[in-house]
Every structure is written in C-alpha cells, then in structure tokens.
Design a protein around this ligand. Sequence first.
Ligand code: INI
Length: 158
Amino acid sequence: MGQAISGGLTVGDQKFAIVVARFNDFIGSRLVSAAVDTLRRHGCPDENITTVHVPGAFEIPLAAKKLAESGKFDAVICLGCVIRGETPHFDYICAEAARGIADASIRSSIPVTFGVITADTIEQSLQRAGVKAGNKGAEAAAAAIEMTNVLAELARLE
Ligand code: INI
C-alpha cells in the first residue's frame, strides 16, 4: 500500500477567520459560539480568531473570498442559517452560498468551510445548532482545523 496522508486536529499558529450572517442571528450566534469553542479547545488563542458579520448568507461568499485572498488567514469558516419556510428565495440563496464558498476556497487555495444550515424549519435549524443533531459551527471549525493540517502535509510533498 502507498502512503496515507491525513490532518490532525491540533492548532499551532494557524489563524482563522469566521464569517457569519446576521440573518437568523439567534441560530448564527450559536454557531459562532460553537466554532470559537472548538478552535479554543484545540489550542487556538483568541487573538488568532477574527469574526466578520455580513447581512445574510448570500453575502458570505464575497467576504469569505476577500478574507481567503488576504494572505492573513489559514482558513475561513462560514456560518449562517437559511430557513426554507421564510423565503421563496431559499434555493437561490443556498445555491449561491454553497457555490460561492466553494469558489472562494478553490480560488484562494485555502480551506473555506461550509457551516451554513439549510433547513425547512426553525426546529430543524435549532437541532443543527446545538440541540439534538450536533452543531454545524463546531463541525465547520473542526473541518477548517483538519484541512489546515492536511494542506501542511501536502505542502511537504511539493
Ligand atoms: N439570509 C439568510 O442568511 N437566511 C435566510 O433565511 C434568508 N431569508 O430567509 O431570506 C436570508 N435572506 C437574505 C439574503 O441572504 C441577503 O442578505 C439579501 O437577499 C440581500 O442580498
């Protein structure tokens, strides 16, 4: 068998940016708390965490792209909550948020993780924000940490 490459969950001097939508802030703030808690628990000092607030999930990609391309961060964590019941725009907002976040990551070559809840109801959203079904903010932060370490391993191949 060839070599297996993976990334751990240890934080050294990596710097993280969090982009969070203010729309549905009741959920978004829970995602931020969980993301920050996850970063801290893996060793990230508070001074290495920058949080940026944008109006809604639709605006996340632009801020994420700017942060990712700034050269100041090792990963960007995108958080928000889009609830279908509240808008006929649901599908457009979700699609653009997902596409734009992926695009920011590929263009900048740094991890930009997707912690945007897309749910049918407020109850489902709450379940994914720390009640019953995990917390998308914590997941997105853990994925960001892991990916910074995967990229460090990949850089050693070059
Ligand atoms: N933005 C969200 O983040 N979540 C939503 O559920 C939502 N709804 O329901 O409309 C939402 N809309 C705002 C959108 O993201 C933009 O901020 C707005 O269209 C201005 O560009």
